[in-house]
Design a protein around this ligand. Sequence first.
Ligand code: NAD
Ligand code: UFG
Length: 336
Amino acid sequence: MINILVTGGTGFIGSHTCVELLEKGYEVVVLDNLCNSKESAIDRIKKITGKNLKFYKADLLDIEAVDKVFSENKIDAVIHFAGLKAVGESVEKPLEYYENNLGGTFNLIKTMKKYNVNKFVFSSSATVYGMDNNVPYTEDMPTSATNPYGYTKVMIEQILKDITVADKKLSIVALRYFNPIGAHESGLIGEDPHGIPNNLVPYVAQVALGRLDALRIFGNDYDTPDGTGIRDYIHVTDLAVGHLAALEYADKNVGFQPINLGTGKGTSVLEVVKAYEKACGREIKFNITERRAGDIAVSYAETTLAKKLLGWEAKRDIDKMCADSWNFTINNTEGM
Ligand code: NAD
Ligand code: UFG
């Protein structure tokens, strides 16, 4: 297994995964339509690794463009990050989300079949655990969703499972990410959201920079030790390394396998604020506001299966995540 196609490879998690792949000696081909990222990510990946990678600016919804990538490269396995991911936007534009995330995946797996590519790693999400399961989340729990984005992940997982039943050559790993944050140590790549961030850490970073006045903490009356929501934050580099382990697993096994990628440790919003203050040496102002619709109190992973099947576990703690986020933020005040 040498040549890896990375869809969404200029995005946040994809770019970090390209770095880890290149550093381990894989050849990388990136396909991205740049709807939520910039081509500069490719130059930065090259700068970090000193290695070359191929880039196709192409849309997964354009099956001829996808075919061109497979016809011009001998692809051994695919890591599929490309998709739209904003929960709130998915409620406003459900059709766009279903069309892009499902349609893009259909074109990709149809083309894989045509070129006899059988190894596939998919970006799923802890969102598939819905609102009704108890923590820690285990991979055998029933899946559900509360918004169109979440449904795209639930539906794609089901489709991937069905196709592995019909085609015994297929090997598919669905990685269920918890809350990826942080950035590459170099400060060259990181999360570069457009406009006002929806997620906690990118928002806190903008407050630290002085671009936003204060964080709104969405509720301090949850049934948690300090009343604020608890999540399983995971360093994006740890997450990226998990994809290499998943590729090796897919190389040796067939069938469909969902696997959590988290630390197994929960951190509250107030604890994140404190860790970020330590990282940046500045005060993070905040106000307590109403709960955000659709939020749950606590989410964290059971990580046993990842250890057992992939031999992988997260290494970096919340202080390192905040330090690397701040290093990226302060070095890229005009974006990537
Ligand atoms: P991102 O937006 O930074 O990266 C996704 C990339 O896909 C972008 O570069 C975008 O331009 C590209 N893309 C989208 N639609 C495309 C299409 N039709 N054709 C070609 N390219 C397309 O997001 P990310 O945070 O790196 O997330 C990567 C994957 O992980 C997504 O599938 C996301 O749903 C999933 N995920 C992310 C998180 C998170 O909190 N970041 C959590 C769980 C799961
Ligand atoms: N929060 C605030 N203020 C903010 C933003 C967030 O208090 O401005 C709180 C939230 O209420 C929550 C925590 O910070 O308690 C984390 O919120 P995020 O928006 O950063 O992350 P979520 O856990 O809500 O959702 C993320 C992704 C989803 C994904 C889910 C599970 O955005 O796409 O993790 O992987 F499905």
